[in-house]
Design a protein around this ligand. Sequence first.
Ligand code: SAM
Length: 459
Amino acid sequence: MSRVQPARQLAVEVLAAVRESDAYANLLLPARIREARLDGADAGFATELVYGTLRMQGYYDAVIADAARRPVSRIDPPVLDILRLGAHQLLSMRVPAYAVSDESVELVRRARVSSAAGFVNGVLRTIARRSGEGWRERVLADRHGSDRLAVEYSHPVWIVDAVRAALALEGAADELAELLAADNASPQLAFAALPGLQDPDVLIADPDSPFSTGVVSPIALRSAGGDPARIPEVAAGRVRVQDEGSQLAALALSRARPVRAGERWLDLCAGPGGKAAVLAAEAALGGARLLANELVPARAGLVRNAFAVFGEAAPEVVVGDGRRFGAAGERFDRILLDAPCTGLGALRRRPEARWRKSPSDLSELVALQAQLLDAAVGALAPGGLLAYVTCSPHPAETREQVDAALARHHALRTVDTAAVVTGIARAPLGLPPAPSAQLWPHRHGTDAMFIQLLTRVEA
Ligand SMILES: C[S@@+](CC[C@H](N)C(=O)[O-])C[C@H]1O[C@@H](n2cnc3c(N)ncnc32)[C@H](O)[C@@H]1O
């Protein structure tokens, strides 16, 4: 046998790029699918292979180590990619064992690691001899607590502990397994219809449109799948792919209170421009003026692209460190600080992210977030609104960060964000009473966005 389905070949190449060059699967995969001209079914197969393998990598490694009788650290990385891909097909996709073995051996040959062909064949045949349930029982048998959950739901132990702590803050630590399972499910694609540019209800009413109604955001649409770039409203920029939690975060700032014409708004960390586009649309409707700032020039370019739909009226984009705002400069009536964070709330959509982050990233990010918060507080006009947002539920990046800012800035006050977000949402969110709003994949079908609205009282 010397044939490999194009989807499998493409999948193994994307896995190698993710491992070797820190590529992002959610960006690289659609581009490679387009280049390879894979059609609907093959594109879906390639996506499931890549996303499923990356998400469940921790679990599959436990199975592979057992079947190979050696730790995965002693397996050549390109060979390990092929074994993980094979384990995913055998244990989660019910692909027949002969197809997995034959094509995996051919992939080994094409990856120029032919000497591993017998090893790969042997390991995959060993895996195929047991059912998925049989393997589950075997690899979990002697594991307990966080270690067991980490293997079962394929998350690093430190992330299991962090999200448990975040759930415990709302007395919901018993939802941990549900949350970890939600991180492993493919999220349905969500879109934002930009206010003033596209009425979502018009699209929902159109029988030819691929859209259905959103779940929690009032500007959201959902679609069952397919290439979003082929949808005319998306190509025109009036409708954007965007998680519904991100939509609510932007709307919490723009809709917490009526907009007065002439207000100045700042998006301090705007790249790539998802929330900035929603804010720009809301600002245009209310007569406010938005300034978008981003540190990384290439990401500032993405913000400019995100604003293309506004033509001449597009908000200004500036490149620079957000920490320069505040000292003696201009004051803003509303500021979004969508802070650089660990992204632990977006693991569903960034399948490799959980394996890339480490606790040392956390301490650097927490320090940066505090400095950006100080700059944002300094740039906030008295009586203005600041939205501190993270796509992470980690307590150190969320509530602890806000508590520390409140302790440093005596003129800073929390705004009842749970009430604001509940008032905007199109469905009941069941948020517990707290000054902040924490959304969850397993409860709300969104990323685990944390939103805290703050205001500054007159000095
Ligand atoms: C969470 S992302 C923002 C996402 C964006 N709001 C959106 O919805 O598309 C954080 C951004 O902050 C940028 N960033 C990191 N450090 C920064 C700094 N010191 N000043 C300004 N931006 C920074 C990152 O490059 C990244 O684009």
